[in-house]
Design a protein around this ligand. Structure first.
Ligand SMILES: *[C@@H]1O[C@H](CO)[C@@H](O)[C@H](O)[C@H]1NC(C)=O
Ligand SMILES: *[C@@H]1O[C@H](CO)[C@@H](O)[C@H](O)[C@H]1NC(C)=O
Ligand SMILES: *[C@@H]1O[C@H](CO)[C@@H](O)[C@H](O)[C@H]1NC(C)=O
Ligand SMILES: *[C@@H]1O[C@H](CO)[C@@H](O)[C@H](O)[C@H]1NC(C)=O
Ligand SMILES: *[C@@H]1O[C@H](CO)[C@@H](O)[C@H](O)[C@H]1NC(C)=O
Ligand SMILES: *[C@@H]1O[C@H](CO)[C@@H](O)[C@H](O)[C@H]1NC(C)=O
Ligand SMILES: *[C@@H]1O[C@H](CO)[C@@H](O)[C@H](O)[C@H]1NC(C)=O
Ligand SMILES: *[C@@H]1O[C@H](CO)[C@@H](O)[C@H](O)[C@H]1NC(C)=O
Ligand SMILES: *[C@@H]1O[C@H](CO)[C@@H](O)[C@H](O)[C@H]1NC(C)=O
Ligand SMILES: *[C@@H]1O[C@H](CO)[C@@H](O)[C@H](O)[C@H]1NC(C)=O
Ligand SMILES: *[C@@H]1O[C@H](CO)[C@@H](O)[C@H](O)[C@H]1NC(C)=O
Ligand SMILES: *[C@@H]1O[C@H](CO)[C@@H](O)[C@H](O)[C@H]1NC(C)=O
Length: 546
């Protein structure tokens, strides 16, 4: 205990001495301070500032600025000196020093340097983002200080998606958004905020170039493809491909193809529905089993639909006559043919094998004029039978002829009656028929009712004429005078009436006489009308001659 007390006292004395030695000159000099202006300045990297070192000490000497930065005396005066400090690239501390009453006085300040980020960039977005999937945005920030004041903000248009401090020197800030249909065409960007408001400056903002997002949605069902199952070579058919629930429908690409032949499709879209229509025309070299393909591409993804289509070639049936207009008696060949796999049947007779022609030969008669030949063709395509028919009509050139059975050669007509000369001519080309009276060129109408008179009595040359020649038939027309029959009949009637009258009269007289007993029979009989009969009978005779 006794040794401890002197030790403490010595230590205290020593401390007091040290403080006195260090502070005594200071106490005298520190009456005057060396000010440094501005205090704690903040400036951009590489910037410059005017620093004023000043003191109120009236005997101040050698006021100067101590710094490793490049400096330049701008002006000085009593107790002050101003310096232009330039190229400040980093945080630093500057000192002002001077002498007051032979004692050194010092003042200092810290310079804070800030830097805007050298790079603020939003990483490229995927070209197409599926709707309903998370999209991660990456913002890369390089440089920028002080880091403690730097914040990174991710934006959709002006909406803040995420706000995070940038900690490391090269930092990447990410944010995840669930992509929706509304994000199609949205602009995303990244913003840095260097907050120097505490240091008396503004909020310094840098924004990346915006990036545009494209979102898409595809249906789970494949496109609906409508096309026929068969298509004949060199013919066309419509092809339709429809996709529903595709977004954005207007940006989808549609390809329609028949095999490797790309079809020229017309694409229309209505809401989320997309329709492509095209006309497919099969080429001859496409015969066989083919496919109609519809593929829809959007966002790098593809929907595809295929339908089988068989391209067939019927090639007919071609029904041919060796001569479409053949003279009677000539030989005509009728042939029917069609494509390689087609079975043809001509007038019920099938060809030997599919692809073979069917033929028939005939010696033409006039009965064959106008005859039709039928050819039916059958092709099996993909399990189905396709049928086609064809017909052709034969013309046979014959005649002219007058049918004796249909043209009476002896006619007995009564005068002053209406009669028809029934007579027909046949032939191809159809002949012209005229009946002319021999000796004179009087013509009697054929097939038409006319009033007969005695001038029609005579022999006629009935002639059928066509480009193939003429045919003549003689027709004799006998005209009977009409009254030669009428007069005797009238006389007979009168005679009969007379006889009846006489008989009745006689009976009356006889009965009267019987009652009286008298008879006068002979005087009452009329004989004159009866004598005229033979003359009438003679007149009738010539009409019977033919
Ligand atoms: C430096 O400060 C002193 C004292 O405050 C003043 O008189 C002088 O004008 C200043 N110089 C400049 C260049 O500002
Ligand atoms: C100003 O600076 C010059 C050059 O350093 C010096 O000669 C002069 O004495 C100074 N003036 C005052 C008032 O300190
Ligand atoms: C600024 O200072 C840097 C180093 O700190 C130096 O490399 C550069 O050349 C200086 N620029 C000027 C204009 O003095
Ligand atoms: C940051 O913004 C300033 C102006 O505010 C501009 O001069 C500078 O080039 C920008 N930096 C980048 C990396 O965009
Ligand atoms: C998207 O991310 C969020 C979290 O960021 C998660 O909860 C959600 O399940 C994700 N959705 C999909 C579709 O991945
Ligand atoms: C495609 O069709 C359009 C009209 O439908 C037509 O103008 C165009 O010429 C066609 N292109 C080809 C290569 O056929
Ligand atoms: C879509 O179909 C077309 C025509 O068949 C073809 O050329 C194209 O390569 C197909 N697209 C894709 C992505 O397969
Ligand atoms: C198309 O034809 C192929 C054989 O050529 C067959 O395997 C496939 O099932 C057919 N597709 C349809 C949709 O009929
Ligand atoms: C059919 O007849 C036409 C002329 O009538 C001829 O040009 C063609 O070659 C014929 N075809 C056949 C298969 O006989
Ligand atoms: C056709 O006439 C020729 C002679 O002109 C005869 O040899 C052939 O048998 C006849 N054909 C038919 C089908 O009547
Ligand atoms: C007899 O008939 C022909 C024509 O039908 C006529 O031209 C002619 O005058 C007629 N003759 C007499 C005597 O009636
Ligand atoms: C009618 O003509 C025939 C001869 O063809 C002749 O014998 C007959 O007397 C004629 N009759 C009359 C009434 O002219």
């Amino acid at each position: 205990m006794a040794t401890m007390i002197p030790a403490v006292s010595w230590l205290r004395a020593c401390w007091t001495l040290l403080v006195c030695c260090l502070l005594t000159p200071g106490v005298q000099g520190q009456e005057f301070l060396l000010r440094v202006e501005p205090q704690n300045p903040v400036l951009p990297a590489g910037g410059s500032l005017l620093v004023n070192c000043s003191t109120d000490c009236p005997s101040a000497k050698q006021v100067t600025l101590e710094t490793s930065l490049s400096k330049e005396l701008v002006d000085n005066g009593t107790g002050w000196a101003a310096f232009w400090v330039s190229n400040v690239t980093g945080n630093s501390r500057i000192l002002c020093s001077g002498y007051c009453n032979g004692l050194q006085i010092i003042g200092s300040t810290d310079i804070t340097v800030y830097r805007l980020p050298e790079r603020v960039e939003l990483a490229p977005l995927p070209p197409w983002q599926p709707v309903g999937q998370n999209l991660t945005l990456h913002c890369q920030v390089e440089g920028g200080s002080p880091r403690t004041s730097l914040t990174v903000v991710l934006l959709r248009w002006e909406e803040e998606l995420s706000r995070q401090p940038a900690v490391e020197e090269l930092s990447e800030v990410t944010a995840t958004v669930l992509a929706g249909r509304g994000d199609h065409g949205a602009h995303f960007s990244c913003r840095t905020e260097l907050d120097l408001r505490l240091q008396g400056l503004r909020l310094l903002v840098n924004t990346s170039a915006p990036r545009r997002l494209q979102t898409f949605a595809l249906p789970v069902t494949p496109p609906r493809l409508v096309a026929p199952r068969f298509l004949e070579v060199e013919t066309s058919c419509p092809v339709d491909c429809t996709v529903e629930g595709i977004f954005p429908a207007s940006e989808a690409q549609v390809h329609l193809a028949l095999g490797d032949q790309v079809l020229n499709a017309t694409v229309t879209n209505h809401g989320d529905m997309l329709t492509a229509t095209a006309t497919a025309t099969a080429r001859a070299d496409q015969e066989g089993a083919r496919q109609i393909i519809c593929n829809v591409t959007l966002g790098g993804e593809r929907l595809e639909a295929r339908e089988n289509l068989t391209v067939f070639s019927f090639g007919g049936p071609i029904l041919n006559l060796s001569e479409p207009s053949a003279p009677e008696g000539s030989t005509v060949i009728v042939s029917c043919m069609a494509g390689a796999r087609v079975q043809v049947t001509l007038d019920g007779v099938p060809a030997a094998a599919p692809g073979q022609p069917a033929q028939l030969q005939l010696n033409t008669t006039e009965n064959d004029d106008g005859r039709s030949f039928f050819c039916s063709a059958t092709l099996e395509v993909d399990g189905e039978f396709l049928h086609r028919n064809s017909s052709v009509q034969l013309r046979v050139l014959y005649g002219p002829q007058i049918d004796r059975a249909k043209c009476p050669q002896h006619l007995k007509w009564k005068d002053k009656t209406r009669q028809v000369l029934q007579c027909q001519a046949r032939g191809n080309p159809s002949p012209q028929l005229r009946c002319l009276k021999e000796g004179s060129s009087q013509e009697v109408p054929v097939g038409i009712s006319f009033l007969v008179n005695v001038t029609h009595n005579g022999t006629y040359q009935c002639q059928a004429v066509s480009s193939r020649g003429k045919y003549t038939l003689v027709v004799v027309i006998n005209i009977e005078a009409r009254n030669s029959h009428f007069v005797p009949v009238l006389l007979a009637v009168f005679t009969t009436l007379g006889v009846v009258t006489v008989v009745v009269a006689l009976m009356y007289v006889f009965r009267a006489r019987k009652q009286r007993g008298l008879y006068h029979v002979r005087q009452e009989s009329p004989s004159v009308p009866l004598t005229s009969m033979p003359t009438e009978a003679i007149r009738e005779e010539p009409s019977r001659v033919e």
